[in-house]
Design a protein around this ligand. Structure first.
Ligand code: HEM
Ligand SMILES: *[C@@H]1O[C@H](CO)[C@@H](O)[C@H](O)[C@H]1NC(C)=O
Ligand SMILES: *[C@@H]1O[C@H](CO)[C@@H](O)[C@H](O)[C@H]1NC(C)=O
Length: 323
């Protein structure tokens, strides 16, 4: 009896020590915001799996939407923090982020809506749209063959979405120094910027995003590939060019492309042209596991940008509208 209860005691203490250590370590790695991996443990225990199942079945129907979901998360986080503001519809008094030309064909909104609908049925008013976007991006990365990672939750949805805020997104003509500066303003390093750019392993760019490269001779653009891009553009500004040879597979082929000067955007190729970032590209081209490791860490870091907690935000009932 006694020995049993003392074993229990020791076990209990041991567990709480581990828990305490985890809290301390998390605070160190992530800073002291209130996000946590099991934020919905009590209030909506199946939140993660509901999102995952919704994303998986949508991507089974249309694999190209993985790219859309990942890009949506990036745009959401870079404008006013990861607060779901990218989902807000314009009203007669306000033109939202969504309707900026910089929305550049964001896709996958219907997947977020579907997940939200299911979550509202299970646990009404609990799971924020901002968290749904972050989880959906995670599930899209894994679904496409990328790294698995856990996303901390507890973001609140913002109450502001304005077209003029989209100027905080990097334009595709930025050079490496400009990209480093812009990501730096969000606390992201050059290495993290290069890793996150690796999201361009999925999806496409439209001609309007790269055609300015074709009007002059560009020593950083392979001449055969320049012809490929011109051919794409002959079908118009909205014609799509895959970023790499495997547009629906999350891999490091994007970086191999940069080494052979077949990056699609000027902002892609600059990562190899610049002496500051060239070796990071070489590293990821050589070692996919290193890319995966850095990518998932940078994604989690990005997912914590300027999050709104407590009364600074709300849990939207409908992701398209402020409550
Ligand atoms: C480094 C600065 C970046 C620039 C300048 C940039 C710019 C662009 C542009 C211009 C497009 C094509 C849009 C179009 O023509 O329709 C695009 C697509 C895309 N971007 Fe980025 N991006 C950057 C970083 C990122 C990051 C950090 C992520 C995510 C972590 C990301 C994910 C994507 C994805 C997945 C697509 C393909 C979308 C689709 O196929 O629907 N990008 N990006
Ligand atoms: C993106 O912006 C354009 C206007 O520039 C708008 O016509 C289009 O509907 C927007 N796309 C989405 C998905 O909201
Ligand atoms: C990058 O662009 C900025 C602004 O146009 C320019 O001042 C700078 O010299 C460029 N850097 C490189 C390395 O080309």
């Amino acid at each position: 009896m006694r020995s049993l209860s003392s074993v229990k005691m020791v076990g209990g203490n041991f567990l709480s020590v581990i828990l305490l250590m985890e809290i301390i370590v998390n605070a160190f790695i992530f800073g002291v915001d209130g996000l946590s991996m099991n934020y919905y443990l009590m209030s909506c225990p199946f939140a993660d799996s509901i999102v995952k199942n919704t994303v998986n079945s949508a991507l089974q129907d249309d694999p190209t939407l993985a790219a859309g979901l990942i890009r949506m998360h990036f745009h959401d986080c870079f404008i006013e923090g990861c607060d779901g503001s990218i989902l807000i519809d314009s009203t007669k008094d306000n033109t939202a982020e969504k309707d900026s030309p910089a929305n550049l064909s964001l896709r996958g909104y219907e997947i977020i809506d579907e997940a939200k609908e299911k979550l509202e049925k299970q646990c009404p008013g609990v799971v924020s749209c901002a968290d749904i976007i972050a989880m959906a991006a995670r599930d899209a990365v894994f679904w496409a063959g990328g790294p698995v990672y856990d996303i901390p939750k507890g973001r609140k949805d913002g109450r502001r979405s304005k077209i003029q805020d989209t100027r905080n997104l990097p334009p595709p003509i930025f050079n490496a120094s400009q990209l480093i500066q812009m990501f730096g303003q969000h606390g992201l390093s050059a290495q993290e910027m290069v890793a996150l750019s690796g999201a361009h392993t999925l999806g496409v760019a439209r001609c309007s995003s790269f055609k300015s490269r074709l009007s002059a001779v560009d020593k950083d653009l392979d001449s055969d590939f320049a012809k490929t891009l011109s051919k794409t553009c002959s079908a118009g500004d909205n014609a799509e060019q895959p970023f790499d040879a495997t547009r629906n597979t999350f891999d490091n082929v994007y970086y191999n492309g940069l080494q052979s000067k077949t990056g699609v955007l000027a902002s892609d190729q600059t990562l190899y042209a610049s002496s500051i970032t060239k070796n990071i590209v070489n590293g990821y081209a050589f070692n996919q596991a290193m890319f995966f490791f850095d990518f998932q860490r940078a994604m989690v870091k990005m997912s914590r940008l300027d999050v709104k907690e407590g009364s600074k935000g709300e849990v939207r009932q409908n992701c398209h509208k402020i409550n």
